[in-house]
Design a protein around this ligand. Structure first.
Ligand code: DLL
Length: 433
C-alpha cells in the first residue's frame, strides 16, 4: 500500500519543480525569521533572491550540529513559542542536548511521513503496531506512534524495556508490526528463548528498525530469529525524527520522502556535491518545516543516493543503508576502521552471538584494539582448545578485513550489556587519557 501516491509516485520533473518552489519559500522564511540563518547567508554572500529552483540549493551554506549548540535552546525556531506545540531533544554525548520544535502542521506532516514509513514496509490499518522505541524526548516512540495512528493501525505504546511484558502483549494482542532498534529486537528474541516462547507462533509480520547502524548480516539474524521482514528505517531529530526515509518491501535502499526532505551527498572534506552512486556525507534540507526549517544540515551519516527506479512504483531517490558516520571512524595505528566493518566480520562467524563491544585504548604510544564478543550458549565450552580455535579464527578474519590486528576476547553467554534503545558499542578510552 502506498500511503500518498500523489507525492510518493510523482513524476520526477514535477517533483523537482515543487521542491524548487518549497525551497524558495523556506529559504526566505529562514532568512527573515532566524537571525542565525540571516547572518550565515550574509557571510556566505547569498540572498533569498538568488534561489530560483532546486539546483540553486548549492549556493546555500551548510548547517551543522554546532549551529544547534549556538542556538540552544530555541534560537533556530522560525515561529513564536506560542505556535510550537511540541519539542524533542536528542541527548548530546557532550554538553547540551539538541532541541527541535514542531508546529501543529509539522506534527501532522511528521505523522504522515511516519505513516508512509509503515505503509512502505507493508503496514496497513489492519495491523497491530507495537512501538518499543523510547517515548519521551527521543523522537522514536512518539514519531512512530503518531505514524501508526495516522495509518489507522492499532497502536500499542510500549516504549522500550520491560521485555517480558513486551513479549506477553505481543502474543496476547497479536502484534504484527514491531518498531524498535535492531539491537532491541535481538534482545526480545533472546528473552523469548529464555521464556520458552516460540516467536514463530506469533502474528509478527514486519519490523521497523532504525535509530542506530546495523548490517545486512544482522538483518539476516533478526529475520530468522523473530521471524519477520526486517525493514530499515532512517531519520534524525534535526530533520524531523523517524519518517525521513524507509525501505519498501523490496528491501533495496531507503526511499527518501523527498517532497519534504531534500537529500544531497557531499564530500565531507571539501563540501563538494557528489554525483549519484558516490558515497559521502548525507545532507538534508527540510522543505516544509514551519517551526525549524533546517537548511543543508550535515548529518555526518555516510551513504549514497540511488536514482534507479524501484519495482514498488515509488519515484523517490533511495539512500543506501548508512554504513557509518564521519565521526565514528576510528583511527587505529593510522588505519581507518569503521565499527560496521567489525560487525560484519563478527556476524559471519558461526558460534558467536550478535553482542559485542569495541574498546580502543593506548598502551604507551601504541593504539590497541580489543573486540569483546559473546559466544553463543550452544558453542560456549569449558574446553580451552575449542575456545582458542574460535578466537583465532575471529582474529584472522578481522585482520584480513581491517588490515590491523585486534585482540579478541570471548565473553560468556549473556555477559555483555544489552540495550533497550540505541546501543553503545564503541568505547574509546584514548579520549579520556
Ligand atoms: O534516531 C530517529 C529515529 C528513530 C530513526 C527511530 C529511526 C527510528 P536521533 O536520535 O537524532 O534520531 O539520531 C539520529 O541515528 O544521524 C544516524 O546516525 C542514526 N540512525 C538513525 N536511523 C538509522 C539507520 C533518531 N536506519 C542518528 N541506520 C542518525 C543507521 C541510523 N543509522
Amino acid at each position: 500500500m502506498i500511503l500518498n501516491p500523489e507525492f510518493e509516485c510523482m513524476d520526477r520533473k514535477q517533483l523537482r519543480q515543487i521542491q524548487g518552489e518549497r525551497l524558495r519559500e523556506v529559504v526566505r522564511r529562514a532568512y527573515e525569521k532566524i537571525p542565525i540563518y540571516r547572518r550565515k547567508f550574509e557571510e556566505h554572500g547569498v540572498h533569498p533572491d538568488d534561489i530560483r529552483d532546486i539546483d540553486d540549493i548549492v549556493k546555500l551554506p551548510f548547517t551543522t550540529k554546532e549551529d544547534f549548540r549556538t542556538a540552544y535552546p530555541f534560537g533556530l525556531f522560525a515561529v513564536p513559542l506560542r505556535e510550537i506545540v511540541r519539542v524533542h531533544a536528542s541527548s548530546g554525548t557532550t554538553g547540551k542536548p539538541t532541541v527541535v520544535g514542531y508546529t501543529r502542521r509539522d506534527v501532522e506532516i511528521w505523522a504522515e511521513t511516519c505513516a508512509r514509513t509503515l505503509a512502505c514496509g507493508g503496514g496497513t490499518p489492519d495491523d497491530v503496531l507495537q512501538v518499543a522505541y523510547g517515548y519521551g524526548l527521543f523522537t522514536g516512540g512518539l514519531g512512530m506512534h503518531y505514524g501508526g495512528e495516522r495509518l489507522g493501525a492499532m497502536v500499542v505504546p510500549m516504549s522500550g524495556g520491560n521485555t517480558r511484558r513486551q513479549i506477553m502483549l505481543m502474543r496476547d494482542f497479536g502484534t504484527s508490526l514491531l518498531a524498535c532498534t535492531p539491537s532491541y529486537a535481538l534482545l526480545i528474541a533472546e528473552v523469548a528463548d529464555e521464556e520458552g516462547i516460540d516467536l514463530k507462533k506469533l502474528a509478527l509480520k514486519t519490523g521497523f528498525f532504525g535509530a542506530e547502524p546495523w548490517t545486512e548480516a544482522m538483518r539476516a539474524q533478526i529475520e530468522e530469529r523473530l521471524p519477520l521482514k526486517a525493514i530499515d528505517i532512517y531519520g534524525l531529530s534535526e530533520v524531523i525524527g523517524p519518517g525521513v526515509a524507509s525501505e519498501c518491501e523490496e528491501q533495496n535502499g531507503l526511499h527518501i520522502f523527498e517532497d519534504h526532505f531534500y537529500p544531497e551527498i557531499i564530500n565531507p572534506e571539501t563540501g563538494e556535491v557528489l554525483p549519484p552512486g558516490q558515497r559521502g556525507e548525507l545532507v538534508f534540507t527540510c522543505l516544509t518545516k514551519e517551526a525549524m526549517p533546517v537548511i543543508r544540515y550535515r548529518t555526518r551519516d555516510i551513504t549514497l543516493l540511488d536514482e534507479t527506479p524501484c519495482a514498488c512504483g515509488r519515484t523517490s531517490r533511495r539512500m543506501a543503508r548508512v554504513t557509518g558516520r564521519t565521526d565514528d571512524m576510528l583511527i587505529i595505528r593510522g588505519v581507518n576502521v569503521f565499527p560496521s566493518q567489525i560487525e560484519s566480520v563478527l556476524m559471519k562467524v558461526e558460534g558467536i552471538a550478535p553482542h559485542y563491544v569495541i574498546v580502543v585504548d593506548k598502551s604507551g604510544v601504541m593504539d590497541e584494539l580489543e573486540i569483546k564478543v559473546e559466544v553463543s550458549p550452544e558453542v560456549f565450552s569449558d574446553e580451552v582448545k575449542k575456545m582458542e580455535t574460535l578466537r583465532e579464527r575471529i582474529a584472522q578474519e578481522m585482520y584480513s578485513v581491517l588490515g590491523i590486528s585486534a585482540r579478541i576476547t570471548l565473553a560468556e553467554p549473556k555477559t555483555i550489556e544489552r540495550s533497550m534503545g540505541k546501543s553503545k558499542r564503541v568505547i574509546d578510552v584514548r579520549e579520556q587519557k
